[in-house]
Design a protein around this ligand. Structure first.
Ligand SMILES: [Zn+2]
Length: 314
């Protein structure tokens, strides 16, 4: 898989248990690449924290990983049943937030990493003209409508503009987030909207996973980063750092809200998505089922939705 394959992915759940850990040789290799790298937000050096493949910027508290991209694809049926209910519900909330700022009727919306086309369908139902980009041709084949198979921004002609560009559970997988935001500026008119939903380091799940990892329980931490999955997370920004990153590139953030990060429907499929189910999956399922309603409360969800408006100047 080429390095650009890391540009876009929608794979995998942000919760669960992973069993693999890097070998000692892998740890040494990963450590040498990540330590001291420039933070994507503030440019300060990041320092290895918790695992050899994850690091934090002490200045802006953003996290980065250098987890490898690739590996076996997950079973399509399991992915769909595990993710679709939660994703569709959040997409309807996102579209309703966008509609509160701009009419969606005939609005041209680009969905970067459109996966199975759920957001495209919901956007079309809201009256928008939705265009998707999806690098995986098999996954894209599940979509109806205008889906370009390829990578962002290469799959979009330089002259093609949109009223809204959306990243749904995608930005955290991109190696060059500042570059992607700057490219959005070029494809939006003044007052065009950038819509980002993303898991952040502020959420309780990330913070609890960090605490557990520090006492030797690595499973939740690995799973939050989607360790061992085909397209792992490369970033966990704090909300504040993400706002800075966006506003430094010609946008003004106009709305921030939390979205549901856990839903009981489809939870078992999400928990057992990566490997064969065993006792640890049952325990994880029971814990998350019990916590599902709690994590939906304001201040506790890990997923934020940010809407930013393009300003004139960069
Ligand atoms: Zn930083």
């Amino acid at each position: 898989m080429p390095p650009s394959a890391a540009m876009i992915s929608t794979s995998g759940p942000p919760f669960g248990v992973a069993s693999e850990i890097p070998s000692r040789a892998d740890e040494v290799r990963l450590h040498s690449v990540l330590e001291g790298r420039a933070c994507a937000v503030c440019g300060g050096p990041v320092h290895i924290r918790i695992a050899a493949w994850s690091a934090r910027c002490d200045t802006c508290r953003s996290w980065a990983s250098n987890l490898p991209v690739g590996g076996p694809e997950l079973d399509t049926h399991t992915r769909i049943t595990g993710l679709e209910p939660l994703r569709r519900e959040n997409f309807r909330v996102i579209l309703s937030e966008l509609r509160s700022l701009r009419p969606l009727q005939d609005a041209r919306i680009l969905d970067v990493g459109s996966a199975y086309g759920w957001f495209l369908e919901e956007a079309a139902a809201a009256g928008a003209v939705a265009v998707g980009i999806e690098p995986d041709a098999d996954i894209a084949s599940h979509s109806t409508g205008d889906v370009r198979v390829g990578f962002f921004p290469d799959a979009i002609p330089a002259s093609e503009n949109f009223d809204i560009i959306a990243f749904n559970d995608v930005l955290e997988h991109l190696p060059d987030v500042p570059g992607a935001i700057s490219i959005c500026h070029e494809h939006l008119p003044t007052q065009g909207l950038l819509s980002i939903n993303i898991p952040t380091a502020d959420g309780i799940a990330f913070r609890v996973a960090c605490v557990l990892a520090r006492v030797g329980i690595y499973g939740p931490y690995q799973r939050l980063w989607q360790f061992g999955l085909p397209s792992p997370h490369l970033h966990y920004f704090s909300t504040k750092a993400l706002v800075t990153l966006i506003e430094d590139r010609g946008f003004r953030v106009v709305k921030i809200r939390q979205l549901s990060s856990l839903k009981r429907q489809g939870l078992w499929q999400r928990v057992r998505m990566v490997d064969r189910p065993g006792p640890v999956h049952v325990l994880a399922f029971v814990g998350m089922y019990a916590a599902a309603n709690l994590l939906d409360r304001p201040g506790l969800s890990d997923i934020v939705h940010i809407i930013a408006e393009r300003t004139e100047a960069l």
